[in-house]
Every structure is written in structure tokens, then in C-alpha cells.
Design a binder for this molecule. Structure first.
Ligand SMILES: [Zn+2]
Length: 273
């Protein structure tokens, strides 16, 4: 299980295989530490589900202060359950009113850009190549997982940044677990041809129902792309089972908030020339 850490009011998880790199900041935030109320209590990062935008803005201010990251450095995506991968090549922080790019994954070698993934049951996946100093962030619900978005991000890291899969570390964050994620034939047939599918689908006793282990499905994609098994860490937390810690779209039937998960290469401090 990824352990829980705290900065100011914010409770978050860190992956053991990523937490000791001095050049890296990452967090899988929980719902704790913000100012939103009711179904959005408390560290909800989007007003799209009906939360008060003023409270959402204050939550981002809390995150910014707690981690020492300027607000404009958080790159938030307009997540659409697709498989587009954004390669971030220039510092976007000079454009504070930028639109959120419509995609579900991003990759960069630029320091000072916090790649953000919003979740409430979907799987947040972080990738790090410590040799090339390249990071990736992925939003993988069943749609993105069926499209193999995690595997696509590895391909992009290899093609665009000359990363070697054997060097890449991965952290698969908190999401709905196989304990709570029952799916129908549509989901099953979108993924049952994937390698390892016998390990991440478990048939239920009733007709056309399966339990799906989305973290395992993403784990297998990464192994298939050449990552080493001992380089991939799984959080072990189920968002649906833990209402004190996590928002869960399935548990709350859609009426809930979103956590933010982010990964960033730190800017090197320069003290004169
Ligand atoms: Zn569960």
C-alpha cells in the first residue's frame, strides 16, 4: 500500500519507487485538506460536477501553497477517455488563460510543469525515466485502458525522448479495485483480447458480469511494453472502499468530486551565473 503523507492540510499518497528522487515532485492526492463541502468535501479540484467554483479555486490555492508550485504551473487536461498523448515541449505557464488540452495523457522533459490527472475511480498512472529525466501522466478509465493509453505513452517516451523501457519506472495510483468494479459485456469485449486478461477479469456467477482489475490491466500493458515488473508499483488502495480518503464515481453514483494527481520535474535553483 502506498503510504499517506501530509503537507499542510493536504493528505496524499506517494509511490515508494518515485519518492526518493530529488529532482521529482509527485502526489496522488486524497480528498482531504480542502474547503469544499457535501459530496465534494473537501479537496475537490473541478467545478464541472457542480461544486462552488470559489471553493474549487481555493482548493487549488491550497495545493499551490502546500507543494510550493505556482498555480500556472499545474497543467490540467480536459479528459475525454481517449488515447491522445500530449507532448509538452514549451513552458505553458506564460499563458494563464490557456484552454485545457483535450487529451488523457501528457509527457514532458521540461522542469516546472506539473502534469495533472483528475480521478474519482479511474486509474492515474505516472511514468518516470530517471536516466533521460522524462515524466508522463496518464488517465486510464476502462475506455483509455481498452485503447492501451499507458502503452501508447511508453511508445511516445521511446520515440520522442529516446527512453529505454527497461529504465522506466511506473506508479499506478489509487483507483476503483476489483473488489468493487463490476462490468458488463461491453467492457469485457473491449479488453478480453489484451494480454493477461485472464488475470484482470474474474467472471461473476450471474450472466454477462465480470469483476475488472483496472490497475492490473495497466500493469500488464506496461510489462508488455518492456517495463520491468519490479519497476512498477501499485497503490493497493480502492477508491470505492475508502469514502474517508477518496471520491468514487461508482460509489456516489456520479455525484462526487475529483482528486488531483500530479508529477513534476523540479526546476533547478540557479543562484547567479
Ligand atoms: Zn473496493
Amino acid at each position: 500500500m502506498f503510504p499517506i503523507a501530509q503537507r499542510n492540510s493536504v493528505a496524499f499518497l506517494q509511490a515508494p519507487n518515485l519518492q526518493d528522487f530529488k529532482f521529482l515532485t509527485h502526489a496522488f492526492c486524497t480528498r482531504r485538506g480542502g474547503v469544499s463541502e457535501g459530496p465534494f468535501a473537501s479537496l475537490n479540484v473541478t467545478a464541472a460536477q457542480g461544486d462552488d467554483p470559489v471553493r474549487v479555486e481555493e482548493n487549488w490555492n491550497i495545493l499551490s501553497r502546500s507543494f510550493g508550485i505556482p498555480l500556472r504551473s499545474f497543467l490540467v487536461l480536459d479528459q475525454v477517455h481517449g488515447d491522445e498523448v500530449l507532448v509538452v515541449r514549451e513552458d505553458l505557464s506564460s499563458a494563464p488563460d490557456r484552454d485545457e488540452p483535450a487529451c488523457d495523457a501528457c509527457v514532458t522533459d521540461l522542469p516546472g510543469v506539473a502534469l495533472c490527472i483528475k480521478t474519482a475511480d479511474c486509474v492515474p498512472v505516472f511514468l518516470l525515466d530517471p536516466c533521460r529525466q522524462v515524466v508522463g501522466a496518464i488517465h486510464a478509465g476502462w475506455g483509455g485502458t481498452a485503447l492501451k493509453i499507458a502503452a501508447r505513452v511508453v511508445d511516445v517516451m521511446v520515440r520522442e525522448f529516446q527512453c529505454r523501457p527497461a529504465d522506466i519506472l511506473a506508479a499506478i495510483g489509487p483507483s476503483i479495485g476489483p473488489c468493487c468494479y463490476e462490468v458488463d459485456g461491453r467492457v469485457y469485449r473491449a479488453m478480453n483480447h489484451h494480454s493477461g486478461s485472464e488475470r484482470f477479469f474474474r467472471s461473476r456467477s450471474h450472466f454477462e458480469r465480470w469483476n475488472l482489475d483496472l490497475p492490473q490491466a495497466n500493469f500488464h500493458q506496461l510489462l508488455e511494453k518492456g517495463l520491468q515488473g519490479n519497476h512498477v508499483a501499485l497503490s493497493g488502495h480502492c477508491t470505492c472502499c475508502n469514502p474517508d480518503l477518496f471520491f468514487s464515481h461508482r460509489r456516489e453514483r456520479g455525484h462526487t468530486g475529483r482528486h488531483v494527481n500530479f508529477i513534476m520535474l523540479n526546476k533547478v535553483e540557479t543562484h547567479g551565473i
